[in-house]
Design a protein around this ligand. Structure first.
Ligand code: PLP
Length: 442
């Protein structure tokens, strides 16, 4: 039967680049205007594994993984099959009813965490929502109010998360959420107090004693600051910070939205490289492989602090998204993607360091596994950031079929975080393209 015009006909889509851009401009909120990857619109039409194709059929290595969301690969067959099966049966069950999918997912998810604590999971839909829930949990549990957050951290754009985010441009011109206190963040390359943890821990201690009442709800930190410029916390920082914060009555909240879910290669979770077990873990992006899924995982006794009062959100624990999350965990294990992230990421890091010998304006190369950044500077001695040159590198890479991002306070860090299924051949192609891009852009 010809379905044209019926409710089951494929939805019309106008793929023409200027039409896509014009509809976005005309009908989507102007607030999106500041969030575009390139000056000229790029329209993605299809994805498979680590690659995306634009509307004109050109293939690219997606080294941004759609903002670190695609972990096991675009259109991963296992994820699609789990999702299709759930969608066909029952796409949504609100949390007031029972369904096996969220419980299975929580069980499989907490199995990836260190043994010992009685971990429980609370599912929500986005990273910022999870951050706000984590902060609420910390406050409810400790009965303290003030929440410490690091400068240059990115935790999302909603009310509380926006205030926890230590990036001025991410603040709207409206009063921030109360009770957030920013602390100087360590930075191996640009840290005002040097690269080591000690001085930043002293600063954290001073902040607790001077900028708070002395009793805090917690500290929120990314093990590797993602949008802040791929800045890993130095050894001993998270452990030392946890001690200081716990001594002030607070919890350690770790934001694993970018660093978690096997991306760092060495470990499944970013915090595991830091010899500390957080009290609250926030995850999103890669866990859903493109489906809106986020979670806050914490010890039972912390979660119990909110049990006497009402808390739910309509789509939290949606079984279709939970099915996606379960399929992601299975794919990572069955396809050895954590190991792959370590191997392929190591290859990219080594390659960039070799390029650095020929291009000293690659001021710093850093990261772990497939969460990598390289600073473009005007002069390696002064370390002056060169955002314009970084943007040129990004464009030259695009012309060579490589999608990378820009991040860091000065927007001069080229960000490389492809899906965890990227191969050694992809790494070689990226490095070759980078060599050409650097020649032209610097
Ligand atoms: C580390 C980190 N936390 C939280 C968020 C917020 O996630 P969402 O955009 O899903 O709200 C992001 C988003 O980029 C992030 O990178």
């Amino acid at each position: 039967m010809d379905q044209e015009g019926s409710a089951f006909a494929p939805l019309p889509l106008d793929w023409e680049t200027s039409a896509v851009a014009e509809r976005r401009r005309r009908f989507l909120s102007p607030a999106l205007a500041s969030f575009v990857a390139y000056d000229e619109p790029v329209v993605w039409r299809r994805g498979e594994g680590q690659y995306v194709w634009d509307n004109e059929g050109r293939r690219y290595l997606d080294c941004m993984a759609q903002n670190v969301c695609i972990s096991v690969g675009h259109a991963h067959p296992g994820v699609l099959s789990a999702v299709h099966q759930q969608m066909r049966e029952l796409p949504h069950v609100t949390t007031a009813y029972h369904h096996p999918q969220p419980g299975h997912f929580a069980e499989e998810l907490v199995a990836t965490l260190p043994d010992g604590p009685d971990w429980v999971a609370h599912f929500v839909n986005s990273g910022a929502e999870a951050v706000d829930l984590a902060v609420l949990l910390a406050r409810a549990h400790t009965r303290n109010y003030e929440l410490l957050a690091l400068r240059d951290a990115y935790h999302g754009m909603h009310y509380g998360a926006q205030t926890a985010t230590g990036i001025g441009q991410a603040r709207q011109l409206a009063p921030p959420a109360p009770g957030y206190v920013q602390v100087m963040a360590p930075h191996s390359y640009r840290g005002p107090l040097g690269p080591d943890a000690g001085p930043y821990l002293e600063e954290l201690g001073r902040t607790i004693h001077t900028n708070t009442c002395g009793a805090v709800a917690g500290l929120i930190a990314e093990p590797i600051q993602g949008y802040g410029g791929i800045v890993e916390m130095p050894p001993d920082y998270l452990r030392g910070a946890a001690e200081l914060v716990r001594a002030a009555g607070g919890l350690l909240l770790v934001d694993e939205v970018q660093a978690g879910v096997a991306r760092t290669g060495d470990h499944f979770w970013g915090f595991e490289a830091h010899g500390v077990v957080p009290d609250v873990i926030i995850l999103s992006k890669g866990i859903g492989n493109g489906f809106p899924l986020a979670a806050v995982v914490t010890r039972r006794e912390v979660a119990e602090s909110m049990a006497a009062r009402m808390f739910f959100n309509t789509y939290g624990a949606n079984p279709t998204c939970c099915a996606a999350g379960r399929a992601v965990l299975r794919a990572i294990e069955q396809e050895g993607l954590q190991d792959n992230a370590r191997l392929v990421g190591g290859r990219i890091l080594r390659g960039l360091r070799t390029l650095q010998e020929r291009y000293p304006r690659l001021g710093d190369v850093r990261g772990r596994g497939l969460l990598i950044g390289t600073e473009i500077v005007a002069d390696p001695t002064t370390r002056e950031a060169d955002a314009a040159a970084a943007a040129r590198v990004q464009l030259e890479l695009l012309a060579r079929g490589m999608v990378v991002g820009l991040c860091g306070r000065e927007h001069n860090v080229v960000k490389i975080n492809p899906p965890l299924c990227a191969t050694e051949a992809d790494a070689a192609a990226l490095l070759e393209a980078m060599d050409a891009a650097l020649t032209l852009a610097l």
